[in-house]
Design a protein around this ligand. Sequence first.
Ligand code: ATP
Length: 229
Amino acid sequence: MILKTQNISKKFGGKQALCDVSFDLEQGQVYALLGENGSGKTTWMKIVAGLTKPSGGEILFEDGPINWMSRSKIAYMSTEPYFYSWMTAEDVGNYYQDFFDDFRMDRYLQLLGKMELEHTTKVRALSSGMMAKLKIAVTMSREARLYLLDEPLNGIDLIARDKIMGIILESVSPDVTLVLSSHLVEEMEAVVSKAIFIQNGHLLELADVEDLRSRKGTSLADYYRRLMA
Ligand SMILES: Nc1ncnc2c1ncn2[C@@H]1O[C@H](COP(=O)(O)OP(=O)(O)OP(=O)(O)O)[C@@H](O)[C@H]1O
């Protein structure tokens, strides 16, 4: 198991964002993290990325606690924009290179090309879909062991989504694990091997997608609808 989530709880004031959540991630798998708005998906990702401390419980990455060592192997893409508006796409790469030893500039420049983004375009001139692509390019240019992408397809048009999902999946190998949070449940079905269902801060189930199809005869989206009802 690459990551163990053990009895994680998180309270924001009176709000219980996560409640005694436990599940494990297997190396080399692609996970969808699914749940309605406000169910706790981002909170879990931020705890794993070491940006928020849990109120209770523990996360173990490669059997050790979350610290500077684990953070260097976990690439987290948040939903919030985090680049200065005056930066060009190339500046964004340089900024990442300064921060992360595992950042590969050659890969980044190649991904910018695949996403049809110019090196010289300023962040302030990007449309929201172009911004989403830039965030994916810079995150996937790290050679991390675990990638956590929070709503990676948000704002990206249908045609580009297929291509970008392909780019994201190119990084998957037996050593690499991916977690994608998304509300596009139907689109997730084609690309993920497992699905984590969260509701109101509680883990409902961690399901194997192939198992849902073959043994329960249901699609991921239909299973999601049934679980959330
Ligand atoms: N910094 C914070 N302060 C107070 N409450 C917070 C904070 N961050 C999250 N919450 C609350 O915790 C709950 C879980 O939020 P979270 O962002 O994890 O949900 P989510 O599943 O990612 O939602 P969405 O799909 O809408 O992005 C929500 O009720 C939210 O209002």
